[in-house]
Write a protein that binds this ligand. Structure first.
Ligand SMILES: NC(=O)c1ccc[n+]([C@@H]2O[C@H](COP(=O)([O-])OP(=O)(O)OC[C@H]3O[C@@H](n4cnc5c(N)ncnc54)[C@H](OP(=O)(O)O)[C@@H]3O)[C@@H](O)[C@H]2O)c1
Length: 340
């Protein structure tokens, strides 16, 4: 059923894909942007751009019209620095919690609200495979995601909309800033990964998903007017060592060196290190069954191949190789997959 969909975070890795794919499916999409470049991107993808900030309710009152039936809160301020400070994590929390409240307060009567949470909010204490029924164990990085899940649950029953929480695995994609940084660091021989090898003490399996597949799951959730919690991950959880080792092979880069979890803390901070050393292997069975979704890239091997082939075709690979040759100081930034 066609409808007007409002996407906060419409310029992000997930958000811009949503504008593109939902407009292709015939939805009217309004995308929130924070600057001229963001507005141009949303318009180029077929959406209607509106200027605003999820932390500034007055701007949202002006941008969310009453005809908006579906709201997607894909804005985030997950820290991207090497070793994020408390203030950076606090800003991420505000964008999640206050942002969600402000968006709901500014909207009229909604049919559905869709929120991208993170699979690592839940896990099994013994590290075994889990699904949507597993207990959550929120920590510093994920408490705000858990709070938004609870807020949506409460407001959905009070206000009568469908709330769909799509907990995603770690994103990667040719245009994702993290992925590009990983590629550059691997080519430089500068990306020590946690786990495996002689020095690796932890072999935590993590859940990943190509951003194209994540976006397709959101489109499916909107089309099916889904509600409930869904894990959006590929078919094969992988250790950081396997993921980055494969990425290095595809890039023809040196094999990344391995470091134990305790040492990763030193490079990337306690919070990110925990995200990389706590196993979060989960399954996409419910999303496949109830959303009729299936990943185009069922494993990180195929997904990373697509990343490298895209980079090869568009000149990024040559640029990264140039950058790596020019790189001097070792950045030793670690496998800093964003764990917020
Ligand atoms: N990245 C992952 O690995 C991952 C994994 C699981 C779940 N998720 C979830 O997926 C969602 C999208 O993540 P992403 O990786 O696509 O993020 P992203 O690429 O970093 O994009 C963030 C978006 O939020 C916007 N934004 C930030 N602060 C804002 C504010 N105060 N007001 C309005 N917009 C604001 C940014 O706008 P500008 O362009 O103006 O900066 C950008 O459009 C998040 O909820 C995240 O928690 C991500």
């Amino acid at each position: 059923m066609s409808a007007t969909v409002f996407v906060a975070g419409a310029t992000g890795v997930l958000g811009h894909r949503l504008v593109d794919r939902l407009t292709d499916q015939g939805y009217d999409v309004v995308g929130l942007a924070r600057d001229d470049a963001g507005e141009r991107l949303v318009e180029r993808l077929g959406g209607t751009a509106r200027r605003g900030d999820v932390l500034d309710p007055a701007t949202l009152d002006r941008t969310i019209d009453d005809d908006v039936a579906v709201l997607i809160h894909a804005a985030t301020a997950i820290p991207d620095s090497q070793k994020p400070s408390d203030e950076e994590w606090a800003r991420n929390d505000r964008v999640r919690r206050e942002g969600m409240r402000n968006l709901l307060d500014a909207a009229g009567e909604l049919r559905q609200v869709v929120f991208p949470s993170v699979v690592w909010v839940a896990r099994q204490p013994d590290g075994s495979r889990f699904d949507e029924t597993a207990d959550r164990h929120p920590d510093r990085a994920t408490q705000s995601a858990a709070d938004v899940e609870d807020l949506l649950d409460a407001r959905a029953s009070d206000e009568g909309f469908d709330a769909a929480v799509l907990r995603c695995g770690f994103f990667y994609a040719p245009d994702a800033r993290d992925t590009r940084e990983w590629g550059e660091q691997l080519l430089d021989g500068d990306l020590p990964v946690v786990g495996g090898g002689l020095l690796g003490r932890r072999d935590a399996e993590l859940s990943f998903v190509h951003a194209d597949d994540a976006a397709n799951a959101f489109v499916a959730a909107v089309e099916r007017e889904a509600s409930g919690v869904f894990h959006v991950v590929d078919d094969e959880p992988a250790t950081a060592a396997a993921f980055f080792g494969t990425f290095a092979d595809l890039l023809d880069a040196p094999e990344p060196s391995r470091i134990p979890g305790w040492l990763a803390r030193f490079f990337v901070g306690e919070i990110t290190a925990k995200g990389l050393t706590r196993p979060t292997p989960t399954t996409n069975e419910r999303a496949r069954r109830d959303l009729g979704w299936e990943p185009e890239y069922p494993t990180y091997r195929g997904g990373l191949r697509q990343v490298v082939e895209t980079w090869d075709a568009d000149g990024t690979l040559a640029e990264l190789r140039g950058e790596s040759r020019g790189a001097t100081a070792s950045r030793a930034r670690g496998a800093s997959a964003r764990s917020g």
